[in-house]
Design a protein around this ligand. Structure first.
Ligand code: NDP
Ligand code: 2IT
Length: 453
């Protein structure tokens, strides 16, 4: 594992201190695996105990979220905000509402967010939050009452210059709307304390599309280094939420052939390809009717639906040139990774955070698959959140064209920084190493310059 003594020591200490947090430790292992050579070149990081400080969130807030359901029964959920690192700017990162949410998952996401936000080149610290609340099957009024109760506590901890949450799994335009309304009411101020807001009330053009679009821009850059493009490539995409929807839209735009999408119930396979019209239908199904992806196979001839409930996901057995996991963490097991390699996959763009188990990542890299790591490839979402913050402080709204151009530039620069750093450390094409090291050097330096805090 980590071949540098200081890295190994800090890693061991992390495992000793957080034995009940497997997802957090997985994210830490993945980063520490790659940073030895950089730590060797920068002994000042060891002197400043940068790794130990990075591993400890600046603050974790955990709170009760009581609310009344439609039958007037009291419900109780748990809310969190992990304010991980503010070396580069106010804490920034999404809120996740999903029954699986716990401290380990939010610490892994917050830890990743520190590095991702550093790569954007914007002034953004790292944080993450959420709740074990499940929005699925709840009425709009129940979601509103939950969001209001959640924000009643969260409001005292956030603010445009302190901590700026946004969406993630289970938190989209509807939830951000209800939370912003309650924040404004409690604080009596209209400020950009959340991003992902509606376009009528301080939101930014392209923020909805940004993560998916950015992911495809990154894949485009990655393939260009091989003199290749997405045109004509068969792709499989997991998920059918925000990130997946706009990744598919941009893939179609780039003339790729997307043959699969999924949700937590299973996946659809459409060998003819999902075209713009079929995608419009999916957007309406998911964002308005809040239906299940299985309905796609009932509606479009030639498509099939396969239910999934095991540890491996047959979605990843579909033969394709490219795979874009856009659902959740650890959705590609070691077995899945082996199957992808066997089927000749050429590139993978991580839309979801930490979608591949660490053994899977190693296997894919060993077999020369071009792998775009989430920290870099899904950074378009938070980068555009950064642009939303800039617009809010100026009290201005930039055009769609301006923001799309900025997003393209940012993804181009992130790709270049990862590629350059990987080459500098003797592993050209290893974007995983490139992303981890480039981000670590930036955050670590900022921490050193700010003293022991
Ligand atoms: P959404 O809630 O909009 O969509 C999530 C999708 O993934 C749904 O199709 C959902 O299916 C599926 N999914 C969620 N959890 C599971 C699970 N445990 N097993 C199988 N399928 C699952 O979320 P987003 O699209 O916003 O987020 C997707 C991923 O992208 C997450 O990893 C998130 O952290 C990451 N991300 C999001 C960003 C953003 O801007 N939104 C930015 C960067 C990364 P179902 O509806 O059935 O639950
Ligand atoms: O994982 C992520 O980067 C997000 N969920 C987006 C965070 C943000 O603040 O826009």
């Amino acid at each position: 594992m980590a071949e540098h003594a200081y890295v190994a020591r800090a890693l061991e200490e992390a495992h000793r201190r957080n034995p009940t947090e497997p997802e957090f430790l997985q994210a830490v292992d993945e980063v520490f695996e790659t940073i030895g050579p950089a730590i060797k070149r920068h002994p000042e990081f060891e002197q400043g105990r940068i790794l130990e400080r990075l591993l400890e969130p600046e603050r974790i807030i955990s709170f009760r979220v009581p609310w009344l359901d439609d039958r007037n029964r009291v419900q109780v959920n748990r809310g969190y905000r992990v304010e991980f690192n503010s070396a580069l700017g106010p804490y920034k990162g999404g809120l996740r509402f999903h029954p699986s949410v716990n401290q380990s998952i939010l610490k892994f996401l917050g830890f990743e967010q520190i590095f991702k936000n550093a790569l954007t080149g914007l002034s953004l610290g790292g944080g993450k939050g959420g709740s074990d609340f499940d929005p699925k099957g709840k009425s709009d009024n129940e979601v509103m009452r939950f969001c209001q109760s959640f924000m009643t506590e969260l409001a005292r901890h956030i603010g445009e210059s302190t901590d700026v949450p946004a969406g993630d799994i289970g938190v989209g335009a509807r939830e951000i709307g209800y939370m912003f309304g309650q924040y404004k009411r409690l604080r009596n101020e209209f400020t950009g304390a959340l991003t992902g807001k509606g376009l009528l009330w301080g939101g930014s053009e392209i923020r909805t599309e940004a993560t998916g679009y950015g992911l495809v821009y990154f894949a485009h850059e990655m393939l260009a280094t091989k003199g290749d493009s997405l045109a004509g490539k068969t792709c499989i995409v997991s998920g059918s939420g925000n990130v997946a929807q706009y990744a598919v839209q941009k893939l179609i735009h780039e003339h790729a052939r997307v043959v699969a999408m999924s949700d937590s119930g299973g996946f659809i396979h459409d060998p003819e390809g999902i075209n713009a019209e079929k995608l419009e239908w999916i957007l309406e199904l998911k964002n308005v009717r809040r239906g299940r992806i299985s309905q796609y196979a009932e509606h479009f001839r030639g498509a099939t639906f396969t239910a999934v409930n095991g540890k491996t996901n047959p979605l990843w057995s579909i033969k394709a040139d490219g795979a874009f996991p856009c659902a959740t963490q650890n959705e590609i097991s070691f077995e899945d990774a082996k199957r992808l390699v066997k089927n000749g996959v050429k590139f993978i763009g991580e839309g979801s955070n930490m979608p591949i188990v660490n053994e899977g990542v190693a296997h894919l890299l060993d077999h020369g698959v071009l792998l775009a790591p989430a920290k870099a490839s899904n950074a378009g979402g938070v980068a555009t959140s950064g642009l939303e913050m800039a617009q809010n402080s100026q009290r201005q709204a930039w055009s769609r064209e301006t923001i799309d151009q900025e997003l393209r530039r940012i993804m181009h620069d992130i790709h270049a920084a990862c590629a350059r750093t990987a080459a500098e450390y003797g592993q050209p094409g290893n974007y995983m190493l490139g992303a981890n090291v480039a981000a670590l050097l930036k955050v670590g330096r900022a921490m050193l310059e700010q003293g022991v805090v």
